[in-house]
Design a protein around this ligand. Structure first.
Ligand SMILES: Cc1cc2nc3c(=O)[nH]c(=O)nc-3n(C[C@H](O)[C@H](O)[C@H](O)COP(=O)(O)OP(=O)(O)OC[C@H]3O[C@@H](n4cnc5c(N)ncnc54)[C@H](O)[C@@H]3O)c2cc1C
Length: 143
């Protein structure tokens, strides 16, 4: 997955300034980055890594004390049509079917173009994650 440095959450011009409470002192923070990511869950961290891979300077802001968000709670299942793994298991799958099932489970309310891209990018994303050392168990679900 490649995300152009100017296409993802284009770095916001800093300084950021905010006021804490009524009449409280203002805090000013002067820092400039190419990409500012808000939220250190799976999506935000993936965006941050992808942007950094493209050479962007990246800052990730997380409101909680620990990073991970709901991604940390996830069971770890990653839907993708993967002939290399599913083939030997006798599982027939395809990007088109993955997209079709995703549209169906969304009750037809999903954006078809986004869903198609989502399904197309699923396997490359697994490979990208594995390239960084993440290991998935070989289990397969066919539903
Ligand atoms: C129990 C459980 C099991 C699941 N199992 C699976 C699974 O097996 N497979 C699967 O594909 N999906 C699964 N999911 C769904 C999956 O976890 C989510 O779809 C995914 O984690 C969403 O990622 P995200 O990065 O968009 O959001 P999150 O991981 O929730 O990250 C969002 C982050 O943004 C931070 N944030 C929010 N607002 C701000 C703010 N204003 N400023 C700074 N930070 C902010 C949050 O604190 C959080 O850290 C599961 C979900 C749950 C709850």
């Amino acid at each position: 997955m490649t995300i152009g440095r100017r296409t993802v959450l284009r770095g916001l011009a800093l300084p950021l300034a905010w006021t804490v409470g009524m009449g409280a002192a203002r805090a000013f923070w002067r820092r400039e980055v190419d990409v500012l990511v808000v939220g250190a869950g799976g999506a935000g961290l993936a965006a941050a890594v992808a942007a950094a891979e493209e050479g962007a300077s990246v800052l990730v802001l997380e409101k909680e004390e620990a990073i991970g968000g709901n991604t940390l709670r996830a069971s770890g299942l990653f839907n993708a049509a993967d002939p290399e793994r599913q083939g030997p298991m006798g599982v027939e799958d395809s990007v088109a079917w993955h997209a079709e099932q995703t549209l169906e489970s969304g009750g037809g309310r999903n954006d078809p173009d986004v869903v198609r891209r989502f399904a197309e990018e699923a396997l490359p994303t697994i490979h990208w994650l594995e390239g960084m050392g993440i290991r998935f168990l070989p289990e397969t679900q066919t539903t």
